[in-house]
Design a protein around this ligand. Structure first.
Ligand SMILES: Cc1cc2nc3c(=O)[nH]c(=O)nc-3n(C[C@H](O)[C@H](O)[C@H](O)COP(=O)(O)O)c2cc1C
Length: 194
């Protein structure tokens, strides 16, 4: 499968970057092809402003948004990789979704029923997160559920991605090297089995 990975972490030495490398090496072993959209590396502009909205409403998609939409359309699978920041995605990734998944491209409203209809044709989506919180704390606080609803249900499935999954690697700050290695093995396996 052709997969677009949208990756949001500013530090190439981070654990998230190690997760990205493990996942992409798994993809290659599994016979998949991929493109990585490294949002910090290209300094993606995440701010959906009044000018963007006016152009999008007039049916004139800004060039940088169109380029991203072409990447999305070329892929059969879409993967978001990011650390949990304040129970959600880093602002640069939130802004990528705000700008790129525009109405008419990623979703529309059915003229008869008024219900939203997803327009993306991807067979499969996946969100991979790392979190400082442990699994029990994250579930008790609602963090796990909140991210799942926002990204898996509220973005990927809302926009039509047929099958979407969510993996969170918990406790990454306080855990030991053995667990981190296990997380990297798991990320590689997710790529192989995508
Ligand atoms: C701005 C910021 C906000 C954060 N918010 C959360 C949070 O809401 N929940 C959580 O579990 N961890 C939170 N963390 C911890 C990060 O998830 C953690 O540092 C990251 O997953 C570690 O991966 P890395 O080494 O690749 O950065 C936050 C970290 C930062 C810098």
């Amino acid at each position: 499968m052709k997969i677009l990975i949208v990756y949001a972490h500013p530090n190439p030495q981070s654990f998230n970057h190690a997760i990205l490398e493990a996942f992409t090496s798994g993809l290659s072993q599994g016979g998949h092809t991929y493109e990585v959209m490294d949002l910090y590396a290209v300094r993606f502009n995440p701010c959906l402003d009044g000018g963007d909205l006016a152009k999008l409403t007039a049916g004139k998609t800004p060039e940088d948004i169109r380029a991203q939409q072409e990447k999305v359309s070329r892929a059969e699978g879409i993967v978001l990789i990011h650390p949990v920041w304040w129970t959600g995605a880093p602002a640069i990734l939130k802004g990528w979704v705000d700008r790129v998944f525009s109405m008419g491209f990623a979703y529309k409203f059915d003229e008869k029923t008024g219900h939203p209809v997803g327009l993306l044709k991807h067979k499969k989506g996946l969100v991979i997160n790392t979190a400082g919180a442990g699994e029990e704390d994250a579930e008790a606080s609602g963090m796990t559920e909140t991210i799942h609803r926002a990204e898996v249900e509220g973005v990927l499935k809302f926009c039509g991605v047929r099958e979407a999954h969510h993996v969170i690697f918990y406790n990454v700050i306080m855990t030991n090297d053995e667990t981190r290695r296990r997380y990297l093995d798991e990320a590689k396996r997710l790529g192989e089995d995508f």
